[in-house]
Design a protein around this ligand. Structure first.
Ligand SMILES: [Zn+2]
Length: 344
């Protein structure tokens, strides 16, 4: 199987030669290519080179060409701050008061913000690597985007105090995100790593997420021309609304922090393994940064045993973006463990 076929088959619950591997490598692509994070965030050529360098160092099956949260948010007027060797940070928010939600406009992914960096990087990587890799860039959902253009605390307050204004903003952002995903698909992506990051109980209640999150997430997923389920939801946090996310159509995978949240890989396999491709298994906060290759190998083998007993429906991955200081050989150890288990 080519790496691209392997990832597709995992998301379709087909039998696999081995578990596919993702490194959740976003900003670290800059380090892999020896670029500053600012140059990487602003140049498609550097993003493509950095992602390919990460792929060469690790051998992962799935890449997520992404720089930072500002790629979309900047289009709505957010100002960024750049510091050496750090992910570019959101600095000045565009939505300061509730009436600002109504002033957001639908973005053109080719012109607004820095979405064009990822779009053009995908075209380049696909041209250079063909089926040797699957490509799913990080794309924020409408509610996640809301927390990139406005302080999260204020978004949470607007859910209670100004729901009508917030709904107008979410609708505008949803239309922009549909256009962005269509553009990355046209450039050669396989799907989106759709960041439903606020679907966790320490941020939203189940009911709040259904009204302000799921409703718009599903609108986006339903409007896409491609309806083959090859999208992965990404949820951060320690109490993810996993049940709610498992109900989504056109997104067969869920990436979550199984090592740090209240849902382990083996529990997820038991409860959701027949309908969700489980994307996780590795701890990005400890093992991949501080552990050696032997520890990474052991953790990978344990995850594979917990989630891949039937040889389908799993992608071995960290639970969130890996730190720019992650050791490349530890990610390589994940791929070696997958190959060793698969008998290759
Ligand atoms: Zn995350």
């Amino acid at each position: 199987m080519s790496p691209r076929e392997r990832v597709h088959a995992a998301l379709k619950f087909e039998s696999l030669d081995r578990v596919p591997v993702s490194g959740m490598a976003w900003t670290i692509g800059a380090m892999a290519g020896r670029f500053s994070t600012k140059d990487y965030a602003n140049s498609a050529e550097k993003m493509a080179k950095g992602q390919i360098a990460f792929w060469e160092k690790t051998g992962v099956d799935l890449l997520h060409p992404t720089s930072d949260m500002g790629q979309t948010a900047e289009g709505w007027g957010v100002k960024m701050r750049y510091e050496e060797n750090l992910t570019p940070m959101l600095d000045v928010f565009a939505v300061q008061e509730a009436s600002d939600w109504e002033k957001l406009r639908v973005l053109d992914p080719r012109k607004d913000g820095r979405m064009h960096v990822t779009i053009d990087a995908i075209r380049q990587i696909r041209k250079d690597l063909g089926d040797k890799v699957a490509l799913m860039p990080y794309v924020p959902t409408p509610l996640t985007s809301a927390t990139h253009v406005c302080y999260m605390e204020q978004v949470m307050m607007d859910i209670v105090l100004n729901p009508d204004a917030l709904h107008i903003g979410l609708k505008t952002m949803a239309e922009s995100i549909v256009a962005y995903i269509e553009a990355i698909m046209d450039a050669g992506a396989d799907g989106a790593l759709f960041a439903t990051t606020r679907a966790s109980a320490e941020i939203t209640t189940d009911e709040q997420y259904r009204e302000f999150g799921k409703r718009y997430d599903e609108h986006v997923l339903r409007k896409l021309r491609k309806q083959d389920g090859k999208n992965i939801l990404h949820v951060c946090g320690v109490t993810p609304h996993f049940q709610l996310l498992s109900e989504y159509g056109n997104a067969n995978g869920i990436n979550w922090w199984d090592r740090g949240s209240n849902l382990s890989m083996s529990e997820a396999k038991k409860g959701f393994g027949d309908r969700v491709c489980l994307v996780g298994g590795m701890d990005q906060t400890t093992t991949l940064i501080l552990g050696g290759i032997e520890e990474a190998r052991r953790e990978a083998m344990e995850a594979i045993a917990a989630g891949f007993g039937d040889r389908k429906g799993m992608i071995l991955a960290p639970g969130c973006e890996i730190s720019p200081h992650t050791v490349f050989d530890n990610v390589r150890a994940m791929v070696l463990a997958a190959e060793e288990h698969g008998g290759n």
